[in-house]
Every structure is written in structure tokens, then in C-alpha cells.
Design a protein around this ligand. Structure first.
Ligand code: GLA
Length: 390
């Protein structure tokens, strides 16, 4: 479904479910990330962009003191009473709404009731940040509807808060930031220490970006993600005890990690090595982008994949296969798994004239190997969360 169709569909679902006409529409996009994976938790830089796959929210205020939600794609409903003390629920999708409402309460912001329907053409569990799109889209909608006065940055931070406290993933800020701050045809270089950011043109001509969805849902993401994070912070604590001038991950060097290797577990060592290398890779990648040296950019993407697979250990057999196969193909200059890992999408940089042939070849190789129908998504870099005027 394209964006227009999705908007109409979500409106129709609202009308059918609530027997009313919605008054507000918000589009909340997913994101890609070119390079800088997982380092948003560790003082790093990331290079994401919003894409034109959305969760669409249609809404109307009500006088019932409750938020009534219809999740149209799965035909599920939730009713949240505004006077309740909101706690995490067993229903995963509802947690993003509960988390935002709880955050509003903590900030002493009052809202009245509303009815919402949401529907999406953003694949769920594919590493394209559907959860950030859900929490930030809802926060954006409330901010607009009730004039709450939150800045875009505060909305991104609210989404992250909901993810940490209601969904249980101790994520960084990349996904929420990209979803809210996205700009058409621009990638965002985000400094995750300061939240400073700048935009770069996303035109890679004569190359283009391609997403391939492994079809493996990242069900181990929560436990795997938090476990990697725990390895890193345990390792960092050991380094801090031994390095009097330790400042942060950004100033850490590979030599410093090597010097204390014997004090670190294998996992702590590998995770830390990955982080230091990835922060340095993204600095190089930005220089390549500035010089339009896409071939070098692509090489760095592939090195990131190797790091994610062998050091940070968040890849899986299917993603490794996809990336290795892609790198063999004529016209492909970079490929890697993207996002949190344990499934989801790969992202590749590929010469435009080879796009169709390569998609055909990789689909057939993937099907032969795993008996899974590989999906491809074209990448259109889009604006971030936005109000759609009726
Ligand atoms: C998930 C998290 C992000 C980031 C990526 C990996 O998407 O939500 O904060 O850490 O994984 O780069």
C-alpha cells in the first residue's frame, strides 16, 4: 500500500470502528541506518534517515477520559483510562502508548480522552524501527492535539523512555531521533553524546540503497540487545578501574583495550573492540560521503557487518549469507546487516543499472538456501514525523 492508500485505509478503519470521522492524521516513519550500529549507546555517531514507510495514526478527541485504540492491522483494541497509574501490559504494542501516557503524567501534562486508529506499511520486526515510529508518532500526535509544548528532541526522548521502561529494550536514541528529525533526501549525522546533528545529501548516484528483508523476525532482540549492552558496561567498568584518565568510549583506543585484555572476559573484549572500531569507521565514512567516495563508504559498511557478526555478535546465519552473497555480485559496493540484529533487514549499496538483476539473483539464492521468500524494499529517504492536513 502506498502512503496515500494507507492514509485512506486508516481513515476508513477509524470510521468503521468508532462510527466517527477522524480529525487528525499523523504519519510516523521508519528508518534506515547507513553506518554506526549500536554505538548510539556508547558515545558514538550514527548516520540514519527516515524512509517513506509509515505508521499512520488517525484520531479524534473524546469526552470519556480514556484513550481508545484500534490497531487496525491486527484487529486488536486497547482502552487506557487516563486516571490509572499506567504500568507495562502483556500486550507489546499497547506498551508504547502506556509508556508515553505515563511519561506525560510524570511531566504533569494533562490531556483529555481520544480515539485512535493506526495502521502501517512499515514491516514489524524487520529492523526498520516500527516501535520508535509507534511511540514517537503517538507522542507527536498528543503534543499537537493538546498543545503540550514538547520540542522534537523531547518527543524523541519520550519514545526512548517508553522503550526502556515499558518495552524493556535499553535502546539508544538513534531510532526515535531519525523518525522525528528525518528530512527528505537527507541522512542525519547524529552525535549521540550531544544530540548535535547535521544533514547530508542521501544521493549516492550512480549507486542506490537496497533493503533486503531476511524474513527472520528479531525475537531475541530484547534479551540479546540488553545482554550486549551489559557486556559493554561491565568491560568499561574494568577499564575505568585501570585507566585513571578514562573519559568515554569515544576517546578509548584499541591499545588501551589490548593492554587490559587479560582482565576482560572474551565477550567484554570483543564488544569493546567493536565499539572503538565502529566509532572510527563512521568518522571515515562521513569523510567518504563528503568526498562522494562511495566505494570506500561501501567497504566500511561491509567492515561494520563483519564487526557486528564476529565481535558484537548480533547477526545470524541468514543475514551473514545475504551479505556475503551480495558482496560477490557485480555492482554491489557495500552490504551489511542493519539495526539491532538477530534478524531483520540488510542494507546494500548497489549500482543502479544492476539493481533488478541482483534482486532477482539474490532472491533465488536465498530461497534455495533457506526456503524463505526474500522481500526487497526500495529506499526513499523521507521527512520525519508529520501532520497530514485533511
Ligand atoms: C536498535 C536500537 C537503536 C540502535 C540499533 C542498533 O534499533 O533501538 O538504539 O542501538 O538497534 O544500531
Amino acid at each position: 500500500m502506498n502512503t496515500q492508500e494507507l492514509i485512506q485505509h486508516t481513515e476508513q478503519c477509524f470510521k468503521r470502528h468508532f462510527s466517527e470521522i477522524p480529525e487528525n492524521i499523523v504519519l510516523s516513519p521508519g528508518r534506515i541506518n547507513l553506518i554506526g550500529e549500536h554505538v548510539d549507546n556508547y558515545d558514538g555517531f550514527v548516520l540514519p534517515a527516515a524512509i517513506d514507510m509509515y505508521i499512520v495514526f488517525t484520531a479524534k478527541k473524546n469526552d470519556h477520559g480514556k484513550v481508545r485504540i484500534f490497531a487496525a492491522d491486527i484487529e486488536d483494541v486497547a482502552t487506557i483510562y487516563l486516571t490509572d497509574d499506567h504500568e507495562p501490559s502483556k500486550k507489546l504494542w499497547e506498551n508504547y502508548f502506556l509508556g508515553i501516557l505515563r511519561h506525560l503524567k510524570n511531566s504533569n501534562k494533562n490531556i483529555s480522552g481520544l480515539d485512535i486508529t493506526f495502521s502501517s506499511n512499515l514491516p514489524i520486526g524487520a529492523g526498520l524501527s516500527s516501535s520508535a515510529a509507534l511511540s514517537c508518532g503517538f507522542a507527536f500526535l498528543l503534543n499537537d492535539l493538546f498543545d503540550l509544548g514538547f520540542s522534537k528532541k523531547e518527543i524523541a526522548l519520550m519514545g526512548q523512555w517508553a522503550e526502556h521502561n515499558f518495552a524493556g529494550v535499553k535502546c539508544g536514541i538513534m531510532d526515535q531521533f531519525a523518525s522525528v528529525f528525518g528530512k527528505k533526501n537527507q541522512v542525519i549525522l547524529l552525535d549521540c553524546m550531544t544530540a548535535d546533528h547535521q544533514y547530508y545529501n542521501s544521493d549516492f548516484d550512480p549507486y542506490t540503497l537496497l533493503l533486503l528483508d531476511s524474513g527472520v523476525k528479531h525475537t531475541h532482540l530484547t534479551s540479546g540487545y540488553n545482554a550486549r549492552r551489559a557486556d559493554v558496561f561491565r568491560g568499561a567498568d574494568i577499564l575505568k578501574e585501570n585507566l585513571p584518565d578514562y573519559q568515554n568510549f569515544r576517546t578509548l583506543s584499541l591499545d588501551q583495550i589490548e593492554n587490559f585484555k587479560s582482565k576482560l572476559s572474551d565477550e567484554e573484549y570483543l564488544r569493546l573492540i567493536y565499539i572503538v572500531k565502529e566509532i572510527s569507521r563512521i568518522r571515515n565514512a562521513v569523510k567518504s560521503l563528503e568526498k562522494k567516495d562511495f566505494v570506500n563508504f561501501g567497504k566500511l559498511m561491509y567492515l561494520t557487518h563483519l564487526g557486528l557478526s564476529e565481535e558484537y555478535e548480533v547477526s545470524c546465519e541468514e543475514l551473514d549469507f545475504l551479505v556475503e552473497e551480495m558482496m560477490e555480485k557485480e555492482g554491489v559496493i557495500g552490504s551489511r546487516m542493519m539495526g539491532g540484529g538477530f534478524g531483520g533487514c540488510s542494507i546494500s549499496l548497489i549500482r543502479k543499472d544492476r539493481l533488478e538483476a541482483v534482486i532477482h539473483e539474490i532472491k533465488s539464492a536465498y530461497h534455495k538456501k533457506f526456503n524463505i521468500a526474500l522481500k526487497d524494499y526500495p529506499v526513499n529517504v523521507s521527512d520525519g514525523t508529520q501532520i497530514f492536513s485533511l
